[in-house]
Design a protein around this ligand. Structure first.
Ligand code: SF4
Length: 228
């Protein structure tokens, strides 16, 4: 890892010159509501029920939402299955009729390009790559299936840099011009408070690591690996 690049990134993260993606999303919603005579179709990348809870409630007021669950970063497979099932339970319990698209789970193939970055601190290069891969796969699917919009729920997490996620979204929108990227910062505007209410009400499983084996090891330094 390039230490200077990491220190520069941390400095820039503290800077006050940040885009307010929450305000941007509100403005966009006004414009979208005025320009469509139907609910536009939106594909939403979701990583787990906890992160998806509030964004789905918020987005489904304006959009005809479909979820894309492509999270082969999650290790082990039992954990992947648990997060996916928890998302489905949340949808059943809330009565939100939102389809969930999944892709085949392949953690070995997914992690290969991330291996050279295994020693990166969480929330830096390896993670940016990981956000971009999953977002691009979902964005591509949205384009192939004629969606109007694409976004990800990941900006709700305090551990994830919303500026970076939205910059990735902006870059990907140039590769997939027929689908508009919806900028977001779901943690703002009371999003995290509502997220907590929803998680408590539905007793959602709150995992204690982001997803990959590296993040598992960093939060369980003294434990043996569980069976994969
Ligand atoms: S910590 Fe999370 S975002 Fe970072 S590489 Fe692992 S699974 Fe991906």
């Amino acid at each position: 890892m390039n230490k200077d690049a990491y220190l520069n990134y941390l400095k820039q993260r503290k800077s006050s010159r940040k885009v307010n993606y929450y305000l941007m999303s509100l403005k966009e919603l006004e414009e979208i509501k005025a320009s469509y005579d139907r609910k536009p179709r939106m594909l939403v990348h979701a990583c787990c029920a906890v992160c998806a809870s509030f964004p789905l409630e918020f987005l489904s007021q304006t959009f005809d939402v479909t979820i894309f669950f492509n999270n082969s970063n999650i290790w082990p497979k039992a954990e992947y299955d648990r997060r996916l099932e928890e998302l489905r339970r949340y949808l059943r319990e809330t009565g939100m009729e939102i389809p969930v698209i999944t892709v085949p789970y392949d953690n070995d193939a997914y992690m290969k390009p991330l291996e050279p970055m295994k020693d990166d601190p969480e929330g830096f290069g390896r993670c940016f790559f990981c956000y971009a891969v999953r977002m691009n796969q979902a964005y591509t699917w949205a384009e192939e299936h004629g969606f109007d919009f694409f976004t990800t729920v990941m900006s709700i997490s305090r551990q994830k840099d919303s500026q970076k996620i939205n910059e990735i979204g902006r870059s990907l929108s140039r590769l997939h011009p027929s689908v508009r990227y919806f900028y977001s910062d779901f943690k703002k505007g009371g999003g995290q408070v509502r997220q907590k209410e929803l998680c408590d009400t539905h007793d959602l499983y709150r995992q204690d690591y982001c997803g990959c084996i590296y993040s598992w090891k960093s939060t369980h330094p003294d434990q043996d690996l569980p069976e994969s």
